[in-house]
Design a binder for this molecule. Structure first.
Ligand code: SF4
Length: 397
């Protein structure tokens, strides 16, 4: 399940600029019948430009650079999917401290991996990370395979990530196509259409393959990522500092705000969930979510079905006598394809027996900060913890 909020496309400053048409630059025309990209003349020297630019302006000192250790490179690649470098760095360092080798990660309980990942979002990545470490240990003798096609068969690794690992660690000359690279290619070659659609994706892969140089693949791939992250950013690209400035179709046509073509708009539905904060003194009742679906494998608060009476439900399903019920402040959390309106209910309870069903646990409120909890549940429990025994009237942010 993808749990991070959908990222709305902000209005780019470049959308306000008058359209400039000083240079005639031909858009990327498409692919030949066999799927081979037909390259415009502007593609000549594309890789060399990027490699030269990277030597002077690229990033060279990130914690996962200057190594060919496939474990470290793979870990960084997974964490960097949909996530900014600055956010990833502390997680990456914490993971390496706790799991210095792939074998350590494979041997750890998945709950511990989820707890360390907590807050980084897109939790399927953490489950796949653990599954992938175990697959490498069990199927490949503890060493990452070198062939990108074989790497791509491992859990949680797509074609671009596999090629990236093979390029950085094993000297392959394999193209990558992450979000940054797609943005650069769509703009530089004037490629229309939503990049994730299968036709455009196919076209971009064909182009990426043809642009791939015979040598220096690792530097070239890093240069593309860096250019997308540092210069050809989603909003406000710094075209004046770009090595593709004179060949870029989007810049020449004043279309940097239009390319890549945004995802076709659709209404994001709002769903509702009533969550129970069952509090017995300083501890609260938490449940482990099913392995797949929203917040899969994480701890969460029990859900109250629509229309059910909270006190009766708590007694019947959780074996608790309810002493008091009070509403807590609501919040809205954004997922990739819907928003969730969460209405927590605070119940002061006394457990009627000590036997717990599997997957449920009482956890001290003070310990919830370090538990594997989704961000909104962490927020609710932090409020409850802060409030002591007072009613929860407002949330301080
Ligand atoms: S010239 Fe501007 S839009 Fe074109 S690739 Fe460079 S930064 Fe991106």
């Amino acid at each position: 399940m993808i749990i991070a909020a959908a990222t709305p496309r902000g209005e780019s400053a470049t959308a306000m600029e008058p359209r400039k048409r000083q240079t005639v630059v031909t858009p990327f025309p498409g692919t030949e019948a066999g799927g081979k990209a037909v390259l415009p003349p502007s593609a000549r020297g594309f890789a060399a430009r990027l490699i030269r630019w990277h030597q002077r302006h690229g990033r060279h000192d990130l914690p996962w650079q200057n190594t060919k250790d496939s474990y470290r490179v793979w870990l960084s690649e997974i964490m960097l999917q949909q996530t900014q470098v600055a956010t990833v760095i502390p997680y990456y360092l914490r993971f390496l401290e706790r799991f210095p080798r792939l074998a350590d990660l494979a041997a750890a309980p998945v709950a511990e991996v989820m707890a360390l990942w907590s807050g980084l979002g897109y939790y399927a990545r953490a489950r796949n990370l653990h599954a992938c470490a175990q697959a490498v240990m069990n199927q490949h003798g503890g060493k990452f395979p070198r062939d990108p096609h074989v790497i791509a068969e491992l859990p949680g690794i797509g074609r671009s990530t596999a090629n990236s690992i093979a390029t950085f660690c094993f000297g392959a000359q394999a193209p990558i196509l992450d979000g940054n690279v797609k943005r650069v290619l769509c703009r530089a070659f004037g490629i229309e259409g939503f990049p994730a659609s299968s036709a455009v994706d196919k076209r971009l892969w064909a182009l990426a393959a043809q642009l791939m140089p015979q040598r220096q693949g690792a530097i070239y791939n890093q240069a593309q990522m860096d250019l997308g992250a540092m210069v050809c950013t989603r909003t406000r690209p710094r075209c004046e500092a770009c090595p593709l400035h004179d060949i870029c179709v989007a810049r020449a046509g004043g279309r940097t705000a239009e390319l890549p073509t945004p995802k076709p708009r659709r209404e994001i539905p709002l769903r509702h969930a009533n969550l129970l904060v069952l509090r017995d003194g300083a501890r609260v009742l938490l449940e482990t979510r099913p392995p797949s679906g929203i917040w899969g494998g994480l701890l969460s608060l029990p859900e109250l079905p629509p229309g059910a009476d909270a006190a009766a439900w708590a007694e019947q399903h959780f074996g608790c006598r309810v002493l008091a019920v009070s509403p807590a402040p609501t919040l809205v959390h954004g997922f990739s394809h819907f928003r969730l309106h969460i209405a927590p209910l605070l119940l002061r309870v006394r457990p009627l027996h000590s036997v717990m069903e599997p997957g449920r646990q009482w956890l001290d409120l003070a310990a919830t900060a370090a538990a594997a909890l989704p961000a909104p549940i962490r927020t609710i429990l932090a409020d409850v913890h802060r409030s002591g025994n007072k009613p929860l009237l407002s949330r301080k942010r």
